[in-house]
Design a protein around this ligand. Structure first.
Ligand code: 5GP
Ligand code: MN
Ligand code: MN
Length: 324
């Protein structure tokens, strides 16, 4: 890790400074795992840490069990000008929601991220698009700080690593990724239980939702390198007795479609907007597509928010994919 990120954090810890840490809105395992692991490391090094995330302050059930999650502080309770603010796994300022103000108001703003679309922000940063997950960068920072990675920290890091690499299936996985995984397993973490809680714990109602959502999926081989798409909504999830977070795993089923390079799930929000998830099998850079439509992400996984209606949203996506 660049000396400046480690040195800023080491100096903050030595000074018993106040450090606010946050991941992106609607945090996933990488955002929360990174935040909890670094918070715990800095706490042990002597800092006064306040891990949080932007409103709405609701963790998905698949992440609430992570060690340290119980100590997350609502963003309304963090100081408005802490000594240090650390942004983790946020591709852009906008992804920090109301906490974006801390980038200006904290003594020093530190950015740790791995999104290809990250434009670079904060006072000191560690942004590496080649990193398969933000947790791998946090592991480097913890090593730089001399923090021992024990089971508690390893559990948080492994959750982010397994989630963002698709359990080590995606192209972002490198030899060092497996080396880190091996190091984390050596601490004695229960990786099978972690994976079960992350990926294989859905209410029965999810099968009903899945059947409706896959039943209405459309294949459009002529759009770009092929598009498969479907839609659902927070309201439809509720009809199946499900929280909105259960919409997130739908794209992992849709993306298995061989004939389409790009998979898309439109997730209708209660405010009428569509949260759009894009996945690529390789030929299409969906990070570029998402950026053109106001979002961001990675080459193979990206997203954005659309305020058009459903037909308008998919028409805009078709046009962007056709433009190549
Ligand atoms: P997902 O489809 O799982 O919500 O997101 C896939 C990837 O795209 C993630 O890396 C996520 O950070 C990024 N992403 C999703 N939605 C947005 C968005 O609205 N803006 C930006 N900048 N990135 C997004
Ligand atoms: Mn993330
Ligand atoms: Mn990530």
């Amino acid at each position: 890790a660049p000396r400046n990120v480690v040195s800023v954090l080491a100096e903050a810890a030595d000074a018993r400074a106040t450090v606010v840490l946050s991941g992106h809105v609607q945090p996933d395992a990488d955002a929360i795992g990174s935040t909890l692991a670094l918070a715990e490391g800095l706490r042990r090094r002597g800092a006064r840490v306040l891990p949080t995330f932007p409103v709405p302050f609701v963790l998905p059930a698949s992440l609430g069990w992570l060690p340290g999650a119980e100590a997350l502080v609502p963003s309304s309770e963090v100081p408005s000008s802490p000594d240090v603010f650390v942004s983790l796994d946020a591709a852009s300022v906008g992804r920090l929601g109301e906490l974006a103000a801390l980038l200006d108001d904290a003594g020093t703003a530190v950015v740790i991220d791995h999104h290809a679309s990250n434009p670079g922000f904060g006072d000191v940063s560690l942004i590496d698009p080649a990193a398969p997950a933000t947790v791998t960068l946090v592991a480097e920072v913890l090593d730089g700080l001399g923090v021992l990675v024990d089971q508690q920290i390893a559990t948080c890091l492994y959750a982010g690593l397994a989630a963002d690499t698709g359990s080590f299936r995606f192209g972002s996985t490198r030899p060092e990724t497996h080396e880190l995984a091996a190091r984390l397993l050596s601490t004695g973490i229960d990786h099978a239980e972690i994976s079960r809680r992350l990926f294989d714990t859905a209410p029965f109602g999810w099968l009903g939702l899945l059947s409706v959502v896959t039943g209405r999926a459309a294949l459009e081989p002529g759009v770009g390198n092929g598009l498969v798409w479907t839609w659902s909504s927070v309201a439809e999830a509720a009809e199946h007795g499900l929280a909105g977070e259960q919409l997130e795993a739908l794209v992992d089923v849709v993306r298995a479609t061989e004939e389409a390079d790009v998979a898309c799930v439109l997730k209708g929000q209660d405010d009428g907007s569509w949260s759009v998830s894009l996945r690529s099998r390789g030929a299409t850079d969906v990070s570029r597509v998402a950026m053109a439509l106001g979002g961001g992400g990675h080459r193979a996984a990206a997203g954005y928010t659309s305020r058009l209606d459903r037909e308008g949203t998919i028409a805009a996506l078709r046009a962007e994919l056709a433009a190549g």
